[in-house]
Write a protein of this length. Structure first.
Length: 533
């Protein structure tokens, strides 16, 4: 291990390898500390404001398009012109920041790779700092990896454009403190990547491009815009050297899409329809509303009315402002040794991507390199230009608050759906605790968002008067308690020897803890994070 020279007020409570020392340099840590001192108090205020807003929702106040920002929504402003190297984003692949994944994703044939420090990454100290090492090497095109079997991986001549998703505002980086206070995970991830790579990327004809997760409104976008501005100024970079696409993955943000783009207009690279977290957000925000209840997760698709309304409003809003409207994730992955199931998976992806292209999206997400070609074929056929910003204004879309809040379907809720939620949550959390943030389950690539849907549905079905199975039985704590050991045993049988590679008993305990607690846990990664490293 290496002893670091730390800037005043900075403390690191984790082992630092010689390789990590190249990331955790005094100058990089001083840059991070500057941002923490400038912005962490506001981060805490924003998190407190989320709590206050939740109390209003719990009291029955329904969200609406804010009257105070009507002038922004009705104004004729535009976002800054987009950089040339991201004009075509028709297929974006996402995944964690481990070395092999970074190489494979950059080589996948996708237009963009979103390197994820958030929902597809377990934020262990090693994962986070190794990820920064990997991205530094990738930006400089020196990244390589050799498998235990001797297979060598290196970058192709042509690679995807790199975007980075830091953690959301809610999660701390518990291994680092500034002036005695835990650092925010979002600023830690952002600062290290930006400090080490922003100038290098610009010299290579690109820029420091980001995805910003889980924003709940325009004041959080303003916070991020101020972060980007100060970071640019500190490194003597021009305005707009950093660009950010905001994931609209909370129901409250859907009412402030114009305002979010306005706050980030000098730095904006559009919005993304983050479908899985969006569903989770709807459940979370209306968890005590006696009139709210969603059916089994599989029934809630992008063709259901409230999801369709949200996606079409996103396209209209972005194109009116001259920026990108990105589609959501296709979670399907190839099915080995089952040609029929594999063909069905590919057909679902194709249909999903055709729907997005026809709605006017400028690109889409996939979770596996094998799906890049399927998504690209759909967009190539239906979007021959690099994007649809100027050709799909969607002036036919007139979305009301009621459209965004028309939550359907409510039925069926089935025993199989309850059991599936338990099983997915156990399998995902068990792998997450062991350091794996993107987990293949039932031929889908699951991340924290889908695990959040699973556990929040269980919590809400137990407490909602509408949480009734299609056979007439009420979903209860007793029913849940009886099913957990059964599903845990099935996971053990399913995984066989691989069961020892995860922490599935711990996962079941966490699931029981957060579902039984009458106080809704905002993010399952908060109690889970306390159990790693």
């Amino acid at each position: 291990m290496t002893t670091l020279s730390l800037p005043p007020g900075v403390a690191i409570r984790a082992p630092v390898s010689p390789e990590h020392a190249g990331i955790l340099t005094p100058d990089a840590l001083a840059f991070h500390a500057m941002l923490e001192r400038a912005f962490d108090a506001r981060r805490q205020e924003l998190l407190a404001a989320r709590g206050a807003r939740q109390r209003e929702l719990d009291a029955g106040v329904r969200p609406d398009f804010p009257a105070a920002t009507r002038a922004v929504r009705e104004g004729a402003w535009k976002c800054a012109p987009y950089p040339a190297d991201i004009a075509d984003r028709r297929v974006e692949i996402t995944g964690p920041v481990d070395r092999k994944m970074v190489i494979n994703a950059l080589n996948s044939g996708a237009n963009v790779f979103m390197a994820d420090f958030e929902d597809a990454n377990t934020p262990t100290w090693a994962n986070n700092v190794d990820g920064q090492v990997n991205l530094v090497d990738a930006v400089r095109r020196r990244i390589a990896w050799t498998s235990p079997e001797g297979k060598a991986y290196k970058l192709d001549a042509r690679t995807a454009t790199l975007f980075v998703r830091p953690r959301g505002l809610h999660l701390d980086e518990k291994h680092v403190s500034v002036d005695g206070r835990p650092a925010g995970g979002s600023l830690f991830d952002f600062a290290l990547f930006f400090f080490h790579n922003a100038k290098e990327l610009r010299a290579r004809g690109s820029g420091a491009y980001f995805y910003l997760p889980k924003l709940e409104g325009h004041l959080e976008a303003r916070w991020w815009n101020d972060v980007l501005t100060l970071a640019e100024d500190a490194l003597a970079l021009p305005r707009g050297a950093a660009r950010a696409t905001v994931l609209i993955e909370t129901i409250l943000a859907a009412f402030e899409m114009d305002e979010i783009l306005f706050e980030l207009r000098e730095h904006s690279a559009g919005l993304n329809a983050g479908r899985w977290d969006y569903i989770f957000s709807c459940i979370k925000k209306f968890r005590v509303d006696r009139d709210f209840c969603l059916a089994d997760r599989a029934q809630v698709t992008m063709t259901t009315p409230f999801m369709k309304s949200y996606a079409e409003l996103l396209v209209k809003t972005c194109h009116r402002r001259g920026t990108f409207a990105m589609g959501g994730m296709a979670a399907q992955i190839p099915v080995r040794n089952d040609e029929r199931a594999n063909a069905e998976a590919f057909a679902k992806v194709k249909a999903d991507k055709e729907r997005e292209a026809r709605q006017g999206h400028d690109g889409t997400w996939v979770a596996h390199p094998a799906l890049v070609g399927v998504a690209k074929e759909a967009f190539d056929r239906l979007m021959p230009a690099p994007n649809q910003i100027d050709t799909a204004p969607r002036d036919d879309v007139h979305t009301s608050a009621g459209d965004l809040l028309r939550f359907m379907p409510e039925t069926p809720i089935t025993e199989a759906g309850v059991r599936l939620n338990i099983s997915v949550a156990i399998q995902y959390i068990g792998a997450w605790l062991a350091g794996q943030g993107a987990v293949p389950i039932n031929n889908l690539m699951e991340d924290a968002a889908t695990a959040e849907i699973s556990r929040s549905q269980l919590w809400q079905w137990i407490r909602s008067p509408k949480g009734v199975l299609d056979d007439g039985r009420k979903v209860t704590k007793a029913m849940f308690a009886a099913m957990v050991p059964d599903e845990l045993q099935k996971v053990r049988a399913l995984l066989g020897d691989d069961y020892a590679n995860g922490r599935y008993d711990d996962a079941a305990a966490i699931l029981v803890e957060i579902v039984d607690d009458d106080r809704f846990v905002e993010f399952l990664t908060l109690p889970a994070y306390a159990r790693i490293d």
